[in-house]
Design a protein around this ligand. Structure first.
Ligand SMILES: [Zn+2]
Length: 343
């Protein structure tokens, strides 16, 4: 972290600001090691390798999920060797991480590869980035930042960025911050260690469904947003009103993950009850998703692909078809969508 962050940090335990800072090791980029202390409740938060850790006061649900993530063997190499996200693995695969989200076209990013999901969702990330029309002056908080490539893209535009996550995946950020700096915190997103009205944008990809209380999480995000600020949430799973909960939710729960399956009306209700005065739910292009996936899998040319290209070059017709499909998508299967809430 950098010292400038102190003025917006607050103690997640008692809400006090400012925290006191003790520096132990500083390099040309940031404070690498040290601690911050709350002089009201005396809680102490360590800074280690540049990341400030607010998780020592987190609840049991969060700590169980953190453990599940850190134990997950995320990366499998070509000979089938599996790796957790450790300092060694980050160093070993740094060239791969640095190409996220679109990847470098090698084994790791193709079908069955460890980063397949990120590559195939990369079109949605870039579309969201474009829709934000960033000027470079915005203050952005990325929740559930994971490897934090999104934070890195925002920082490259010049924005002042904080990446927040609960797991060691966030340590991958040490590769990115050398190019464009951003601050990093380990924290529960339900108890964000920042003052009210701090950020212009809160961004999250596939993270809010880890909350079991949408009203609470939206309300906490709203608190740290400035008036007129926005939450933009992409890649969240959701299910149709008449659709059953996918069995994968039960499987990941056994491992300790906190994923919850919500319907679109539940998402909207959560954002509204959390205090967002305007909530937009956008069902995204099916053609764009199909083309990104197809490119990544090198499958043969087919009718669906030609149709997708047709829609991509005739957006008016696509918009009409998408409008017709809104109801069936709402009832049965959404595919990709995003939520934007305005404070
Ligand atoms: Zn405190």
């Amino acid at each position: 972290m950098r010292e400038a962050l102190l003025c917006v940090l607050r103690c997640p335990r008692c809400g006090n600001n400012p925290l006191l800072l003790e520096k132990e090791r500083v390099d040309e980029l940031e404070i690498k090691n040290g601690r911050t202390i709350c002089n009201r409740c005396l809680a102490e938060y360590r800074i280690s390798e540049g990341i400030i850790d607010f998780l020592n006061k987190a609840n049991e649900r969060v700590m169980r999920e953190r453990k599940a993530m850190d134990e997950e063997e995320y990366i499998t190499d070509e000979s089938g060797v599996k790796y957790r996200i450790t300092d060694e693995a980050i160093e070993k695969f740094k060239d791969k991480f640095l190409t996220l989200p679109q990847g470098d076209g090698t084994y790791f990013f193709k079908r069955g590869g460890s980063f397949q999901g990120i590559v195939e969702a990369s079109g949605r990330f870039y579309s969201a980035l474009e829709s934000l029309h960033l000027t470079g002056k915005e203050k952005i908080l990325e929740i559930g930042a994971s490897f934090s490539y999104a934070s890195s893209k925002f920082a490259k535009i010049g924005c002042s960025v904080v990446a927040l996550d609960i797991s060691d995946y966030l340590k991958v950020s040490s590769l990115f911050i050398k190019n464009a700096y951003y601050d990093r915190v380990f924290s529960d997103m339900h108890n964000i260690p920042f003052q009210d009205n701090t950020f212009d944008i809160v961004f999250g990809a596939a993270v809010l469904h880890h909350s079991n209380d949408l009203k609470e999480i939206f309300s906490e995000i709203r608190r740290v947003l400035k008036t007129g600020g926005r939450i933009i949430s992409i890649n969240e799973p959701s299910r149709g009103i008449f659709e059953k909960v996918h069995p994968v939710f039960e499987e990941v729960k056994k491992k300790g993950f906190g994923d919850v399956s919500y319907t679109i009306p539940e998402w909207r209700k959560g954002a509204r009850e959390g205090g967002f005065k305007k909530v937009k739910l956008e069902f995204l292009s099916l053609a764009d998703d199909y083309i990104t996936r197809h490119k990544n899998r090198d499958t043969r040319d087919n009718f669906k692909l030609r149709l997708a290209h047709f829609f991509q070059s005739h957006r008016g017709i696509e918009r009409f078809i998408l409008a017709v499909l809104i109801l069936p998508r709402l009832l049965f299967r959404q595919k990709s969508w995003r939520l934007i809430g305005y404070k």
